[in-house]
Write a protein of this length. Structure first.
Length: 226
């Protein structure tokens, strides 16, 4: 079974695409979730003081208590350190979806929850058809705070309708939502999503992405429009 952890960075907008030019989704495929979680805990322990200094908005800490990693709070140095620290073993792979907002046409962003689900479906179908992912069952875990209550259970039904009934996957897809503070690997996806978003906007992390691609951590970047 594919175990996928998903988070995002940027915004879906055509009105403010000069301010928010990209919408980026990171899909972390956890090959060894338990070992990946241990790397996460060691990273926090090593960089605790740096993380606290970087947390100017109070998103990662509540007082002195650590809550969660948030990529948009990281300094450039912390982002580079994150890549260096996590990309030492083969515990995970990252797949990306990048929507370039200025190229979005029609009614795609009329309903951003629907657009998000559509991007996930298109990307998963592409990854499976091209052999990047298995056709066996898919277990997806996402941050619940980015999803409206009325659409929270739609993605699972949508993916099973589009992928299972079409024979693209062989077993049912399961989708679960979490508060990201309670899901370590969703936090890892958050940082990787922000890393690519920052690279697209600034070009400051080209070296890190070249290494991640060369060493097999970044498997593919799915771009939209196609």
């Amino acid at each position: 079974m594919e175990r996928l952890f998903i988070d995002e960075s940027g915004s879906m907008t055509v009105t403010y695409c000069s301010i928010h030019p990209y919408f980026v989704v990171a899909i972390v495929r956890a090959k060894d979730p338990d070992k990946l979680k241990r790397v996460y805990k060691r990273f926090i322990k090593k960089y605790m003081s740096d993380l606290k200094k970087a947390d100017r908005r109070g998103s990662m800490f509540r007082g002195d208590d650590f809550i969660e990693l948030k990529g948009n709070c990281f300094t450039s140095e912390l982002k580079k350190a994150f890549v260096e620290y996590f990309c030492k073993n083969e515990y995970f792979e990252v797949f990306y979806i990048v929507a370039e907002n200025r190229k979005i046409k029609g009614h795609i962003y009329d309903n951003t929850a629907r657009a998000f689900n559509y991007f996930i479906k298109l990307a998963l179908e592409y990854y499976i058809r091209h052999g990047y992912m298995q056709k066996s069952g898919i277990d997806i875990q996402l941050d619940e705070r980015n999803e409206r209550t009325e659409t929270k259970h739609f993605l699972e039904n949508y993916l099973n309708t589009e992928l299972l009934l079409a024979g693209i996957i062989e077993d049912e897809c399961k989708v679960s939502y979490f508060d990201s503070s309670n899901n370590i690997i969703i936090q890892v996806a958050d940082v990787f999503a922000n890393l690519l978003y920052s690279e697209l906007r600034t070009g400051a992390y080209a070296e890190q992405f070249e290494r991640m691609k060369t060493e097999g951590y970044v498997k593919h970047i799915f771009k939209f429009p196609l």
